[in-house]
Design a protein around this ligand. Structure first.
Ligand code: SF4
Length: 446
């Protein structure tokens, strides 16, 4: 069981010396219990207390790092079951498979396609994280050659997948510097695979039919010296996979059950590509640390990356764009001026529709603390004064020769007051951003 703040307090020096940056030992103990402080912040804690508290204050789910030097993927170290309770910290690593039995041409083509898999969303470029090399040939030579090609030809982190320890050893010889995740340890080969992982300082997965056996195997790998373990819960039955993922997260967080306090991986290798992506998205939501798919098409990967991005934003901090005047296209002094809020999703939706209209326009992003149009309006963060302030700060009047401002249709009610405050003609735009292209093409005349 996790120690409470009072349990921890009893083990601290109780001098209230403030060297830890907290006013009292009790305050420090409470923060330690909530995992908001590090034990190392207290320089006077005794060795005995360190031993007891060190284990108790370790994260319930171990952090695992795949990769080295360049790109790294970190999974695990999550504190909550539900995003709104705090936030999720380490986004699920998304991997795509590539098999070592492909012809040279097919292999190079797929690798190139995986490398180029990038999506731009709300102003940020997002991409997959891992390439999973499957030892389908079951030969050490092909596995090793393919590992070399990926190591030299991709910036992504690597998962090597084989149940053969010898084949794994050959492939690892060509990419150990990239610190790949070794995938394929089971009850039969766990000891040898663990020895290989320790020798090369790599993380490894373990797989077993039941959670009890999985815990035993993880313990076996840990005793062999593997620090970073990932639990493989791949399977054909989605209900079974989802149950295992949920039980692992619950056991680690609620019961502090250290034996399975590791992130989990699931390989979702479905024949139906739609089913594959929909299951992968489900596992991203609950609670896979890594999800691997066969699908290598933008239409499949884009929604998966979008689901992950949405889940791993901080629910308490709206994503914002800089509040200012943005020029879309070759704007001139007769170009329309539209305002919206500085909530990223709102802004980029409006920006996308203005771009689609091919009518060069100014978009004034009003600072509403990153809230959407209606939320800001109902909270009085979007009113005639805030819009006037944003217009003045961006010197909109000096950029255009007209005095017309297009406002979101959702806040048509503020048009009268705004016209009075600004002295500009207020044009009520569409309620939905999707109406902007036709509005600009048919309604804007200047
Ligand atoms: Fe207490 Fe240690 Fe903090 Fe001093 S540094 S107040 S002894 S917890």
């Amino acid at each position: 069981m996790a120690l409470t703040g009072l349990d921890i307090y009893k083990l601290l020096p109780k001098t209230n010396c403030k060297k830890c940056g907290r006013p009292t030992c009790l305050a420090f103990a409470m923060q330690l219990a909530q995992k908001k402080a590090n034990l190392s912040d207290c320089p006077d804690v005794s060795e005995d207390a360190k031993n007891t508290l060190g284990a108790a204050s370790a994260p319930p789910i171990k952090l695992v790092t795949i990769g080295a030097n360049g790109k790294k993927v970190q999974v695990g170290e999550e504190n909550v079951l539900f995003r709104h309770d705090e936030k999720f910290y380490h986004p699920t690593g998304i991997g795509i498979t590539i098999c070592d039995d492909l012809s040279n041409e097919a292999f190079d083509e797929r690798l190139k396609k995986i490398n180029q898999m990038k999506v731009s969303r709300v102003g940020t470029e997002i991409e997959i994280d891992l390439i999973t090399l499957i030892n389908k040939s079951n030969t050490p030579e092909k596995f090793a050659d393919a590992a070399k090609k990926i190591s030299e030809g991709s910036h992504h982190c690597i998962i090597l997948s084989s149940t053969s320890v010898d084949n794994m050893k050959s492939a690892l010889a060509n990419c150990a510097g990239k610190r790949p995740l070794l995938h394929g340890a089971n009850a039969q080969n766990c000891a040898s695979m663990a020895a290989l992982a320790v020798e090369n300082k790599c993380p490894m997965t373990v797989t077993a039919p039941t959670l009890e056996e999985l815990a035993d195997l993880a313990e076996c790998a840990k005793k062999a010296g593997v620090e970073e373990i990932v639990l493989d819960v791949s399977g054909d039955n989605p209900r079974d996979v989802l149950q295992k993922l949920t039980k692992i997260r619950r056991a680690a967080l609620k019961k502090n059950f250290r034996a399975i306090g590791y992130p989990a991986i699931t390989l979702v290798l479905e024949e139906d590509p739609f089913q594959e992506i929909s299951l992968a998205a489900t596992y991203v939501a609950k609670y896979a640390g890594i999800v691997v798919v066969n699908n290598c098409e933008p239409w499949g990967i884009m929604p998966l990356l979008t689901v992950r991005t949405n889940l791993y934003t901080d629910p308490q901090k709206p994503i914002q764009v800089e509040p200012k005047l943005y020029s879309i296209g070759d704007v001139k002094e007769n170009s329309p001026v539209i305002f919206t809020t500085n909530f990223s999703l709102t802004y980029y939706t409006v920006e996308g529709e203005v771009e689609a209209s091919r009518v060069p326009a100014y978009i004034l992003s009003v600072d509403t603390g990153g809230t959407s149009v209606l939320t800001a309006y109902s909270g009085d963060k979007l009113n005639d004064k805030t819009v006037a302030k944003a217009m003045e700060a961006a010197q909109v009047a000096s950029k255009v020769k007209h005095k017309k401002l297009i406002i979101p249709g959702l806040v048509a009610a503020m048009s009268g007051k705004l016209q009075e405050t600004l002295g500009w003609e207020i044009l009520v735009g569409p309620r939905e951003a999707s109406g902007i292209p036709s509005y600009l093409k048919t309604e804007w005349h200047n």
